[in-house]
Design a protein around this ligand. Structure first.
Ligand code: C5P
Length: 234
């Protein structure tokens, strides 16, 4: 029987938010944004531990009370220069604590996706628990896609047929994910599935919805706040 673990890379600076405070700590419904990601993972009964990968110089985490999650929460102060490095460092540190087996499932989830629902999470786990490769939540691209040039003119229109937007959680077995991330250490990748694809494997796309968007720009924060408020007061 494989175990299910979650890992949240939370060592980014969130430069596109134009805020001194790293994105994962921006206030969202009176909580730091990462609280909502942890809470969604914590409520899933199959996930037995949540690793949060912080920057080595993080001095925000200790300012908050995390005791409601303490039975499942482990922080690792080993974030790196990129998301991929933070994930790989976190996986390595977690293994050193003898907490993970080679074939255990790891669900990597961005701290900046606060609107993940229990239904999406359950669907991901159910669809992938017996899969050979693993996969991720994703949504089909809705907009028409333009390839721009340096002069802000359209070079051409991309077909959106079979195009998906990758979300998180992305769920892979421990050994496969660490091997894949080591293999792509010198390539710029922005998600975990890209590393697995580089091994010639085909991660599964599990249909999600746009509520699970990533907070990237200041206006995204207002939208996430509205969604969470509506859920708390239906
Ligand atoms: O910057 P971006 O939105 O792609 O970040 C996605 C996730 O990766 C965030 O949770 C962020 O904190 C994390 N990250 C990280 N280490 C980095 C860069 C990003 O853990 N060096």
């Amino acid at each position: 029987m494989s175990n299910f673990f979650a890992l949240i890379p939370a060592a980014g600076s969130g430069s596109r938010m134009h805020n001194e405070l790293p994105k994962q700590y921006l206030p969202l419904n009176n909580r730091p944004m990462i609280y909502h990601a942890i809470s969604a993972l914590f409520q899933n009964h199959r996930i037995t531990r949540i690793f949060v990968v912080l920057a080595p110089n993080d001095n925000e985490w200790i300012k908050y009370d995390w005791s409601e999650f303490s039975e499942k929460l482990t922080t690792l102060n080993c974030g790196g220069a990129t998301r991929a490095v933070s994930v790989l460092n976190g996986l390595t540190a977690a293994k050193q604590k003898n907490l993970i087996g080679a074939s255990d499932w790891i669900l990597v989830h961005d701290a900046a996706r606060p609107c993940l629902t229990s239904i999406q999470l359950e669907k991901l786990i159910n669809q992938l628990a017996d899969d050979e490769v693993g996969g991720l939540l994703a949504v089909p691209v809705a907009d028409t896609l333009k390839r721009g040039n340096a002069e802000y003119r359209i070079a051409h229109t991309e077909s959106r047929e079979n195009l998906w937007q990758a979300q998180t959680p992305q769920m892979f077995r421990y050994d496969l994910l660490t091997t894949a991330l080591r293999n792509t250490a010198n390539i710029h990748i922005t998600d975990d599935a890209s590393a697995v694809e580089a091994l010639g494997l085909r991660p599964k796309l599990v249909l999600s919805d746009t509520y699970n968007f990533k907070v990237t720009y200041p206006q995204d924060l207002a939208l996430a706040e509205l969604i969470i408020q509506k859920r708390n007061n239906p």
